[in-house]
Design a protein around this ligand. Sequence first.
Ligand code: PEP
Length: 257
Amino acid sequence: MNKKPYIVANWKMSLDKISLERFFDNMDWENIDLEKINVILCPSHVFMCKTRNQIGDKTIGLGAQNIFWEASGAFTGEVSAKQLVDVGCQYVIVGHSERREIFHETNEVVNLKIVQALKNKLKPIICIGENFEEKENGLTKKVIEEKLNEGLQDISPADMRNVLIAYEPIWAISTNKDNTGQADSPESAQVVHKYIRKLISGLYDVRIAENLPILYGGSINPENIEGFSKMDDIDGVLIGGASKEASSFQKIINTYL
Ligand code: PEP
């Protein structure tokens, strides 16, 4: 992997005011060379401003975990891309498997959200991955292809410069249905990442495919990060559980420094 790696924290609905402050207090930011890595923190919407204030002038990215697909209007409880940009957000996770499974988001919905994000200069981190049954039935490539084709419908080559993909095998996510998630092996994740790059090359071109950051997500922790960090087509990681505590997040970051 030759690109500047991405290390993205997906805090889900986990951190509250106190634990978020503790996270920042316990990170050893002084010893993290932010020239070498892209760190992106994705708090709940309600803590977007607080996280931005904690980030201060450090070159750390701020991401949301979701947006609504319409620009504005009477959509009680939803948050627009523009509102997120207004509070300093630069990235948004789209199509996370929890949104797909619990909130029934289809590829079409994911596509509408990607379009809305890009229109507002928010960089979408698009999650794609297969569930356990699909993996067992040898459908990983088919599922990945469908999610990419439909999710990227009408996304222009120019817009692809602002897109990130996260390969997240659903069975590997630590908080999957039975909390049985275990990371994929770096080698088998590498095969899927390479396949994603090939698909993007077909949908767009080789240059776009080569420049596209493709992150891995699913039970990454300080013990297994090293293997993933060495893979050619794995340009970083999206981390849930191990991003909540400064100690484990810091160790993961240190692997890349
Ligand atoms: C996630 O849900 O995006 C994720 C990668 O979670 P975890 O690291 O806990 O498996």
